[in-house]
Design a protein around this ligand. Structure first.
Ligand SMILES: CC(C)(COP(=O)(O)OP(=O)(O)OC[C@H]1O[C@@H](n2cnc3c(N)ncnc32)[C@H](O)[C@@H]1OP(=O)(O)O)[C@@H](O)C(=O)NCCC(=O)NCCS
Length: 175
């Protein structure tokens, strides 16, 4: 179980609400640079963001997936940090609007979430995969103390760069 909010020095991580969909759509949903290594294509319609947020809220209520919105000061949504519980491990994914890149914000969010997750009695491992060419994501994981456990061939579809499955690195932090 993860908390509904997590406060860091510059960010508040919180459960999504339906009005977040429009902010997400405007902030990064349509940006091809942001979605380049993601499993989704740039959004064409705001309704796609609404469907995503609706699902995230329902998944929170099932207590199996915790997709946090990242709020920065007065800005209600600058990105998201998605955490999915799979038994004793937590699988995470993350995204930030381009204008906020390079300030160490995602390492701040991910470090806080990872510390809280590994304090839970039943959580032994936090893991993330990223495309072998996604260097900013690798750096984020390294800054959070994750270990690169190796390369997984043909592991994930990243439709913005290839129409066949891409190799990924598996990173993890364990207790
Ligand atoms: C991956 C991501 C969340 C990193 O977040 P962040 O808060 O910018 O992370 P950092 O500030 O620590 O920067 C990490 C690395 O990004 C790179 N970077 C920094 N500023 C950048 C910029 N303006 N443009 C591109 N890359 C940049 C640098 O390599 C940096 O490493 P360094 O600090 O050792 O120089 C962000 O780049 C992002 O949202 N990318 C698109 C979505 C994505 O790929 N998600 C991960 C899928 S596995």
């Amino acid at each position: 179980m993860l908390p509904q909010t997590i406060q860091t020095s510059r960010l508040k991580l919180r459960k999504p609400t339906l009005p977040d969909a429009k902010v997400l759509f405007d902030a990064y949903g349509q940006d091809p640079d942001v979605s380049k290594y993601m499993v989704w294509r740039p959004l064409a319609e705001q309704s796609e963001a609404e469907g995503f947020i609706q699902q995230a809220v329902e998944d929170w209520d099932s207590q199996l997936r915790f997709a946090y919105v990242l709020e920065a000061g007065q800005v209600p949504l600058i990105g998201m940090l998605d955490a999915r519980i799979e038994g004793h491990l937590l699988d995470v994914g993350y995204v930030l609007a381009q204008k906020y890149w390079g300030q160490g914000l995602m390492p701040e969010a991910l470090s806080a979430l990872t510390a809280i997750a590994l304090q839970q009695e039943q959580c032994f491992r936090v893991q993330a995969t990223c495309d072998v060419d996604n260097h900013p994501s690798m750096r984020t994981l390294e800054k959070c103390g994750f270990t690169n456990e190796g390369r997984l061939e043909r592991y994930t579809m990243h439709p913005n760069i290839s129409d066949t499955p891409r190799p990924c690195f598996m990173f993890a932090r364990c207790k």
